[in-house]
Design a protein around this ligand. Structure first.
Ligand SMILES: O=C(CO)[C@H](O)[C@H](O)COP(=O)(O)O
Length: 403
């Protein structure tokens, strides 16, 4: 058993038919016949000498790990087994590599480097965000699990002490999931999924558990990101109107930067006598209505506090037509009666989410726009969601689980 806390690297001096000859720190206490972990792969030491060891490489090892292509001169993470009483400054790594993953993307961030890795699907199912994973034998935390990939964030110390700092797009890495997570997942699948669904979450989600998290976040007054790749090719931040605070309006105006609109169930707008905008509707069929302000607002209706008050009033069951001035600065949209079963737009997604959260069928949505004015796409939305600690979901998942 190893811990994934890497203190040394070994240099490959020769690749033989069934063995790997490596040079290591001469002070390393090697034991002939003992175990060694090289780049996350547990092997047996065939022979040892001060500063050198020869590790057996079987065909099975070559088939399942990156050692199939290792060459003289390569640097490999080197770790000897943990001894009882040692500090386990990582997690329990067995050195049983489950598969090879491919680096898809590497992003430098203010406090580290995010690496996106695509493993085999069967391996992805064994990874859980915020649990551990060994990548080339280095103990790391899974930052998030997306549809076909997972991410890890390499802190400066890891970048300095391991070879993971050299990883580039297209590189292959050895991946071993966390033993404890694996056992829990395999032994208690449904219970584990239910428990995971209750945890707070950040980043791109999918499936029923993902939708449940998004609904829970909305019910608690938080924002969620809804990505619509097909109709608009835009991602909106969505809130429930009933829980909407001035701080959230400020966030939409200063960080999200799109056009804030208020998707409502059509009957709400009929009851409040808010008419449709004249004309034939916009190109995506978004049902824009005449903008309104709260008549009793102390200001012009533009401030974050004024707009949030107007939005909350639109969601109030006792609101009446005379509560609003027309035109104003808050832009309602009417959802189709069949919601997502009828149209896969942000308007319908927002109202469907509010209904699923047990709230009034009125919400707030605003497109995420990049600082250069271009609408954010999937990868940028994922980063945005992680930066602001928001869950993100595809509109298709909402169609599947909320229709
Ligand atoms: O305000 C909008 C259109 O002007 C937004 O794009 C908003 O996302 C709602 O649009 P849709 O229901 O068409 O996705």
């Amino acid at each position: 058993m190893f811990t994934g806390k890497i203190e040394h690297t070994a240099i490959v001096t020769a690749v033989e038919a069934d063995a790997l000859r490596v040079q290591i720190d001469p002070s390393a206490p090697l034991v002939e016949g003992g175990a060694v972990c090289l780049d996350g792969v547990r092997m047996t030491m065939q022979s040892v000498a001060p500063g050198e060891l020869v590790a057996t490489v079987t065909d099975e090892t070559r088939r399942r790990t990156t050692l199939d292509r290792v060459a003289a001169g390569a640097r490999l993470h080197f770790e000897l087994p943990v001894a009882a009483g040692d500090r386990i400054d990582g997690h329990l790594v067995q050195g049983h590599v489950e598969g090879v993953g491919k680096v898809l993307r590497v992003d430098d961030e203010p406090a580290g480097r995010r690496v996106w890795i695509k493993p085999a699907d069967r391996l992805l199912a064994r990874l859980v965000a915020k649990s551990s994973v060994a990548v080339n034998g280095v103990s790391l935390t899974v930052a998030e699990v997306l549809k076909d990939r997972f991410t890890v964030v390499l802190v400066p110390n890891t970048l300095r002490r391991t070879t993971l700092g050299d990883l580039a797009v297209g590189d292959r890495v050895n991946v071993e999931s966390d033993l404890v997570t694996r056992m829990a997942r395999e032994g208690h699948g449904p219970e584990l999924l239910r428990a995971v669904a209750r945890l707070p979450w950040t980043g791109h989600l999918s499936g029923e558990a993902g939708v449940q998290k998004v609904v829970a976040q909305l019910a608690a007054g938080g924002g969620v990101v809804v990505w619509d790749p097909a109709l608009e090719g835009e991602g909106d931040v969505v809130f429930a109107a009933e829980r909407f605070r001035p701080e959230a309006m400020t966030f939409l105006l200063t960080q999200v930067c799109g056009h804030t609109t208020i998707p409502c169930a059509a009957e709400v707008l009929q009851r409040l006598e808010v008419p449709p905008m004249p004309g034939g509707g916009d190109r995506q069929g978004t049902a824009m209505h005449v903008p309104v302000d709260l008549a009793s607002s102390p200001g012009t209706g533009v401030s974050a506090a004024d707009r949030a008050a107007t939005i909350r009033r639109l969601a109030a069951p006792d609101a009446v037509p005379s509560d609003f001035l027309r035109p104003g600065h808050v832009f309602p949209l009417a959802a189709r009666p069949g919601l997502l079963a009828e149209r896969k737009g942000h308007t319908e997604a927002t109202v469907a989410l509010c209904v699923a959260a047990g709230l009034a069928p009125v919400g707030v949505c605003c497109e995420v726009m990049r600082p250069d004015g271009v609408m954010a796409q999937a990868a940028e939305l994922e980063q945005f969601a992680m930066r602001w600690e928001l869950p993100m979901i595809d509109v298709d998942d909402l169609v599947r689980w909320l229709s």
